[in-house]
Design a protein around this ligand. Structure first.
Ligand code: CA
Length: 196
């Protein structure tokens, strides 16, 4: 997992502001900076500063209300805890090939618990909605839990609106990766060959 994370960090990301749709590339992944997405007042743009290890021009920190806090709500079986869609970070994704797709978030937060998770899903996709999170403190890194059991088996190419809905205040999203799970393995193999 760490190798995948390192790889995602150094791959070029879409760096221009646009509303999408964002295509999954020929290698099977999409990588973009969160701050390039449209966002509501529930999100605060934090610009990059010297010495801060985020990518692009900064990151988006969730400052909206807490939803679905507490144990027993790791999974939302009714889909009612994500608030209004206007406050979601929506990523319209053009999927060109069937596969098992996952999302990972390069993130930042200041506490070990309490500000360390967020909802992810696809608009109109069957429930439940799952949350993903991270245990690191005050660092930029990819998720430590969630992507291993959160995925969508997409059978038909087309437009899918992935979204990120705030859950805990203070959770920052720096970079977003959406990928066909087979492809990072392929890329790792290529990388290993290059290293040799
Ligand atoms: Ca960023």
């Amino acid at each position: 997992m760490r190798l995948v994370s390192l790889l995602l960090l150094f791959l070029p990301a879409l760096s221009f502001a646009q509303n999408g749709p964002y295509p999954i590339n020929e290698q099977g992944y999409l990588l973009l900076e969160a701050e390039n997405l449209p966002y509501s007042s529930f999100w605060m743009f934090i610009p990059i500063e010297e010495g801060i290890n985020c990518t692009g021009t900064g990151y988006l920190k969730y400052v909206g209300p807490v939803s679905g806090s507490g144990h027993g709500q790791e999974v939302d079986t009714e889909g009612k805890l994500q608030g209004n869609p206007e406050n979601w970070l929506v990523i319209p994704v053009e999927v060109k090939a069937a596969g098992r797709y996952r999302i990972n978030l390069r993130n930042h937060h200041l506490q070990k618990d309490g500000d360390n998770d967020i909802w992810v899903h696809i608009k109109g996709w069957p429930l439940p909605v799952r949350r993903v999170g991270d245990h690191a403190v005050d660092s930029f890194q990819w998720l430590t839990w969630g992507p291993d059991y959160t995925y969508w088996d997409i059978e038909k190419p087309g437009l899918y609106e992935f979204y990120i809905a705030g859950r805990s205040q203070g959770f920052g999203v720096d970079r977003i990766a959406i990928y066909n799970e087979k492809e990072p393995v392929t890329m790792l193999h290529r990388s290993a060959k290059t290293d040799n």
